[in-house]
Design a protein around this ligand. Sequence first.
Ligand code: CP
Length: 317
Amino acid sequence: MAKNVNLVGRNLYDLDTYSSAEIETIFETTQVMKSIIKRDYKKIPTLRGKTVCTLFFEDSTRTRISFELAAKRLSADVISFTKAGSSLKKGESLQDTVYTLDAMGVDLYVIRHGCPGTPALVHKYSDKPVLNAGDGKHAHPTQALLDMFSIWEKKGTLDGLKITIVGDILHSRVARSNCIGMKKMGAEVTVCAPRTLMPPKIEKVYGVKAEYDLYKAVQEADAVMALRIQMERQSEGLFPSLGEYSQKYGLNKNVLEQTKDDVLIMHPGPMNRGIEIFPEVADSEHSVIIEQVTNGLAVRMALLFLILGGKAAKEVK
Ligand code: CP
């Protein structure tokens, strides 16, 4: 573990407030957690007596389940709150919901919400740490951490690597958090999309390169990440049709042939096969998409451990 790194009690809204040393510590701890979840007996008692509450106001498979499993693997108790079936339906506010959950002894909140900034709002109502599991188009820092860890583990570093993110950059919280985190760790990031799906001034704001030609964008990349078109966050008319989008920006066999021999193919999920990525690429020997899911569990274990427990990675046995 890097010297002077202590994440106890920290919030995680996005990666802009985490240093490269802190991210490196999360990666080192993730390696240890990954070794634990590969054992026959996958559970350690470190967070026994702690209570983690997941608050999901948007759909999720990977993030919600992996956070809840991560807490259980560390022996914490888990409260799984979803809007459906809760008293929010009777008009209770988010503020009173958090006060209610706090009164039951929650030690840490994980929240996904369609409104940017909601994780910080939860922390106004509770002094417990809050982890952002995706807030609107703003940020998805734990996804970025698992994406970065997946590259770091395979390549040994992110420093100096060329990473291309292709797809709906405009609506993607995953792209935003990855641009911040990858740049912080020394990678050269290229984002590729039709002009209508590229945020204005992205080069200036994030220090990345914007490229509109997919073939050029992938040629020198050490890792290529495809993103889903976020139909739920956009108005119509940003591209003629999904079929035409796919022809120009979908990762298919012809695109894969343009890449380096040791390229990593990534996708945060959920995938829309046949649109942004084709089976011959998603299931190719270059793909680390399934391993990203395993790494997501390990990264979330590491975060819960460091924020609620705080011991050095080597002490986790
Ligand atoms: N990548 C991701 O956030 O997936 P879920 O929406 O399934 O959590």
